[in-house]
Design a protein around this ligand. Structure first.
Ligand code: ATR
Length: 302
């Protein structure tokens, strides 16, 4: 079974792979970079340790309505682990009983590990974000002043990570006030010693700190005609800008950061590091992150 082929639940009926199978489930899934990243890493790992010689990572297009059935069937067919992507991360959270405590406040899981009887759910996106920002921009989230753009699912994961890592302040900007308020209400109990504030992107508050790290988790920038989610020139000069979007590689937000002389990076490093942590959970071994990064770049044609 070639691992670059998009499979469906029907392919599980006569599933005969004899090695250790992993898979990503999504809808759509065709353009996922995960199989390329994970299979590249597994091939390096197999060269170091014969235990990994027959491990392979597949991709499955699964309709959201079929997720409960899918979770049962992948378990029954002996898959060791799954990644979940859009739209399954939130749905799976309520369908998997054994969820890692760090993922509880996020309300979404992206990695499942086969336990004795059932799946165990984790969320590696936050680790991916923190490790990606550290790698590309040399900035730790701990102690940072952070301006987070967005109040959707991706923003929730990022905000929880920033607070759990002890950022100094978290300023969340979102287009729709009601969504912002709902997120702030949920985050309040997690804030600890961090200052937590919200604002409208068109009205940055006067007391925003300079040298803040700006993180974009909105989907503004995915499409060519999207406007920037915030005008960076209206903020006190940020220390850096990280855009969770990696395709296209240079969003308008990153181009504006470039023009203003602000260090910036796209979300490819986040993708790579969330994948690396998932693979570490499955293999319980050191993961060749460089191989994953190269494979992701190659698959993107960069
Ligand atoms: P995801 O799971 O990727 O976070 P989501 O939960 O649908 O997706 O959230 C999308 C986020 O991007 C929201 O914060 C949304 O803002 P609204 O709450 O105002 O809808 C934001 N967003 C999407 N398109 C945007 C645009 N063109 N400009 C600014 N923000 C946008």
């Amino acid at each position: 079974m070639p691992s670059d082929q998009t499979l469906t639940l029907a392919d599980l009926d006569q599933w005969s792979y004899e090695g250790t199978a992993l898979a990503v489930l999504g809808h759509p899934i065709k353009h996922s970079l995960s199989p390329a990243m994970h299979n590249a890493a597994l091939s390096v790992m197999a060269g170091r340790d014969p235990r990994f010689a027959r491990w392979q990572y597949f991709k499955f297009d699964v309709d959201p309505a079929d997720l409960p059935l899918a979770l049962e069937r992948f378990r029954a067919k002996g898959f060791l682990g799954l990644n979940l992507t859009v739209p399954h991360k939130v749905l799976a959270f309520s369908q998997v009983h054994d969820v890692d405590s760090a993922a509880q406040p996020i309300g979404a899981i992206n990695t499942l590990v086969a336990g004795e009887k059932e799946w165990r759910g984790f969320n590696t996106d936050g680790h991916g974000l923190a490790a990606g920002i550290l790698e590309d921009l040399r900035l730790p989230l701990a102690g940072a002043d952070i301006v987070l753009l967005g109040a959707g699912g991706a923003a929730r994961g990022a905000a929880v990570e920033c607070l759990q890592r002890g950022c100094r302040s978290l300023w969340i900007a979102n287009r729709t006030a009601a969504n912002l308020e709902a997120l702030l209400k949920d985050l309040k109990p997690l804030a600890g010693g961090s200052l937590l504030r919200g604002f409208a992107p068109t009205q940055p508050p006067g007391d925003l700190p300079s040298q803040a790290l700006v993180i974009n988790t909105t989907s503004a920038g995915l499409h060519e005609n999207d406007a920037v989610p915030i005008d960076l020139s209206a903020l006190p000069k940020p220390s850096a800008v990280y855009d969770a979007i990696y395709n296209p590689p240079r969003t308008k937000l990153l181009l504006q950061a470039e023009t203003l002389g602000i260090p910036n990076a796209n979300g490819l490093s986040m993708l790579v590091h969330q994948g690396a942590q998932a693979l570490a959970l499955w293999t319980k071994s050191e993961v060749p992150v460089d191989a994953m990064r190269s494979a992701a770049r190659l698959a993107l044609g960069r």
